[in-house]
Every structure is written in structure tokens, then in C-alpha cells.
Design a protein around this ligand. Structure first.
Ligand code: THU
Length: 148
């Protein structure tokens, strides 16, 4: 966790999870009925929310995490501290652990330092799991692998 961001003022782990739950309310999921919300915080403390957005043609569907990242990057953000992710079937509270898919982990890898960037999840028991990106995407392939 970037302590500067998440321990200062009103923004902490719990608040970021709460914001992810807010984002989840806007999930568009007529096909899977599985709703995901994400709250992505920049190193400056600005939060971008995302939800999953599905499509009748299925493959254009976008995960909540990537919605949040693409919103942020398209607004000029490049430096991120953490993301909270919550999810669950429609009609549930989304308090079980919902871990980011592999594609979203790879998108995080593009913009985030694996040892620094934090991923916050519900632990299913009222607490919060806090992983580094390196833990969830070990030995990942990133931009520096292409640098020469
Ligand atoms: N989904 C996410 O939004 N994020 C994840 O980390 C896992 C899966 C979405 C994609 C799809 O809309 C639905 O959940 C079921 O896979």
C-alpha cells in the first residue's frame, strides 16, 4: 500500500472497498448476472471507479478493473497506488472474495510496479485481503521486457 495515499485523510482500505461496492451498483451484466466493482486510486489520491460492462456479442465485455484503468489512463493518469475489487452474483452483497482475472492483472502490470501496487479484496469474513501485484502475477511480462 502506498501509505501516503491510503492512510492520509479519509481514504483508507475500508473506504476504497466501499467505493468499489458503489461502483458495483452500476455493473451492466444482463448475461452473466455477475456484478463487479473496482475503485482505483492514483498516487495522488484520486479515485477512478469501474464496473463490468457486458455485451450481447460477449467478447466486447469489459471487466470492472479495466474499466477503471482505461478511464484513468484516458484522463492522463499514469501512476497508481492501489485498486479495490469486489464482486458477486446479482442479488448478493458481493462480500465474498472476487479476485482479478488474468487479463486485468496484465493490464495492471502495464502501468504499475509489481512490488508496490496493492490489490484489495474482500476476505469473505468481513475483513480485507491486501496483495501486491507481484503476488498475484508472479514473473509477469511487462513493458521493460521490450525495452532495449
Ligand atoms: N469480471 C470482472 O469484471 N472482473 C473480474 O475480475 C472477474 C470477472 C466480470 C466479467 C464478466 O462481466 C463477469 O464478471 C463474469 O465473468
Amino acid at each position: 500500500m502506498d501509505e501516503k495515499v491510503l492512510d492520509s485523510g479519509s481514504l483508507n482500505e475500508k473506504k476504497l472497498i466501499e467505493l468499489a461496492h458503489e461502483a458495483r451498483k452500476r455493473a451492466y451484466t444482463p448475461y452473466s448476472h455477475f456484478q463487479v466493482g473496482a475503485a482505483l486510486v492514483t498516487k495522488q489520491g484520486k479515485v477512478y471507479l469501474g464496473c463490468n460492462i457486458e455485451n450481447a456479442s460477449y467478447t466486447p465485455s469489459n471487466c470492472a478493473e479495466r474499466t477503471a484503468f482505461f478511464k484513468a489512463v484516458s484522463e492522463g493518469e499514469r501512476e497508481f497506488a492501489a485498486i479495490a475489487v469486489v464482486g458477486g452474483a446479482e442479488g448478493t452483497e458481493g462480500k465474498e472474495t472476487c479476485s482479478p482475472c488474468g487479463v486485468c492483472r496484465q493490464v495492471m502490470r502495464e502501468f504499475c510496479a509489481p512490488e508496490e501496487f496493492r490489490i484489495l479484496l474482500e476476505d469473505g469474513k468481513g475483513g480485507i485481503l491486501n496483495y501486491s501485484l507481484a503476488e498475484l502475477l508472479p514473473l509477469g511480462f511487462g513493458p521493460e521486457n521490450l525495452a532495449r
